[in-house]
Design a protein around this ligand. Sequence first.
Ligand code: SF4
Length: 375
Amino acid sequence: MGDSLSMKCGIYIHIPFCLRKCLYCDFVSYAGKEELFEAYVNAVVSEINLAAKKYSNLKIVSVYFGGGTPTLLSPSQIDRILFGIYEKFGIISGAEITIEANPETLSLLKLKDLFKIGFNRISIGVQSLDDSILKTLGRNHTSADAIKSYYFARQAGFNNINFDLIFGTPGQDRNGWIDALNRAVNLDPEHISAYCLTLKNGKNKYLQEVDEDLQADLFTVTRAYLTSAGYNHYEISNFSRMSFECRHNLLYWENQDYMGFGAGAYSKIDNKRFHNCFSLDKYINQIRNDKIYSLDDEDFTKNDIIKETVFLGLRLIRGVNDNQFKSRFKHSLSELYSNEISSLEGEGLVIFANGNLKLTEKGLLFANHAFMEFV
Ligand code: SF4
């Protein structure tokens, strides 16, 4: 493997199917493709088998089924993929095994099956607990559906539940968002991801981003509200109860290795990043012909990896630890980036505290500007 920390590896499975496209969606997902479910599952299992021949000695610390809507598949289809991973890779005991789910696809029976199969974390696409906002976003469910699926997940045995929430939807003001947050917190999920609605070029034919001041205000409100409710703000958009940080996503922010299976899935292994093709048909055919990873995205230089480690690490509230950075890359942050760091310190966007380079309160609001120094 490339560097000393990179033996840890996560596995991401992309399930690119949805009942209907949400109005803001820019993910690799397709609606109305039910006839391809079975062929797709077969292709993912085959891809896992092919990859295992090449990467058999990795220590898998997390598995994450994302989408799309993974829970559109039947539990037995999902089980075939998860079983394929367990059969071919070394999964550490206690690994985090997550599935993303949308409320309209969840029943108590399905959740019980998913828990029995081995999932120990579920991320529910709640997005909002305000029905008018859900309508604006073009979601397929109501807030009552989301609440019901949350209670079903608890009943099925899940004790690590994430709510995905979106703020900054047109028509939402500060009070409406606080009310939605309040309703979410009262349910007491272990983890909350709160992302600002972002659209390519700021708008699409259905929606438009709210102005930057309101985005910043809603972000500040979110941070204050959730931390006062006892959640640890550990990444710009993520909050958790103690010890419930998403271990899979931490791999991305720490710039560790991960393998992605499925259409459009990205992998980063041995300082290389590559991804599968986005087209479902092409992906399925490619795997049928025993080919994987046809699209080499980038061949990283060591320098690229180092820069990426800094700006991804700055997403974490604790920042980038200088000692760990030095043991991984043989140079301290100051040795490599004294100019960039001085300039950001001058703007009040980053500080060094307890050996960590991290964003300040102001830096959290202008994070993208700070990251640009390392791109
Ligand atoms: S559920 Fe998620 S992936 Fe599917 S259309 Fe909506 S936003 Fe996109």
